[in-house]
Ligand binder design. Sequence first.
Ligand SMILES: C[S@@+](CC[C@H](N)C(=O)[O-])C[C@H]1O[C@@H](n2cnc3c(N)ncnc32)[C@H](O)[C@@H]1O
Length: 279
Amino acid sequence: MTDFEVGNIAATAVLTAKMRALETGRPEPLISDPYAACLVEHSGLDMASVQLEQMTGQRLFESNIVRTHFLDTSLQAAIAGGVTQVVILGSGLDTRVARLELPSQCVVFEIDQANVIAYKKRVYSEEGVVVPADWRPRSGDLEGDWIGDLTTAGFDPEVATAWVIEGVLFYFSDDVVAKLIQTVSDYSAQGSQLLAVHFGAGALVEAQTREMAAAATNAGGYGFKSIVAEPVGWLDEYGWDVEAETFGSAAQRLGRTIPYDIEETPGQEIAWLIKAVKR
Ligand SMILES: C[S@@+](CC[C@H](N)C(=O)[O-])C[C@H]1O[C@@H](n2cnc3c(N)ncnc32)[C@H](O)[C@@H]1O
């Protein structure tokens, strides 16, 4: 028995890390994650068949790399702008705290399921991964009282925070997402940044996205539970000034292509990169 049973929700974190490992080895990579490969290896899941040649040009792979690039650069900009408190929700096997060398004056909280948090702490310790920041990984249920866990860990709501939410919101129903965003908003001092990704209305009609959701649902009883049709108005209601770009547009800017089977049109965007600042 490993921490990551195939098909369970935590296994998706291993696949995501595998994609980051593959991108790291690609010519002219958009991101670099030197720890991803060892996190995959230690997991006990057999990802040997997931190879770069097979993944290059795939919708899931290209999308994941574009989103990680966006969140890396946005988080680095927030920190360069003076933010010292970071919260990564559903952090999975995200290694930003180490690979972006987040500075020692930063407090970085991570919340995920207990087995994922324990696993990452163990691998970092065994591999001697150096974390310059004040790193506080904690187990918590994002559908429950995670803010209590965060506060107990020393989170300060009076300090501007950079929140990172990557590859997580679509697991939750609209009600759960609304509650989570309300909590993030209530605990965000002015100037806080919300860096997140979510699917748009086009995801409900794009064939590969639908297939992926169906496969995930069949494997583990979960899949797409929510989308956000229009992020600017949505987050404005919670007190945020929002910039949003589609994954497709960002990919194009970065010289990559995400092979969708529909054309994205206003109101039918497939996935959103969201950067919001708390008023
Ligand atoms: C697809 S992975 C993404 C992980 C990471 N953000 C990344 O991009 O590499 C989704 C993560 O959400 C976590 N997750 C899902 N539901 C959760 C919940 N209710 N409470 C805490 N974590 C949860 C999973 O354990 C998993 O690590």
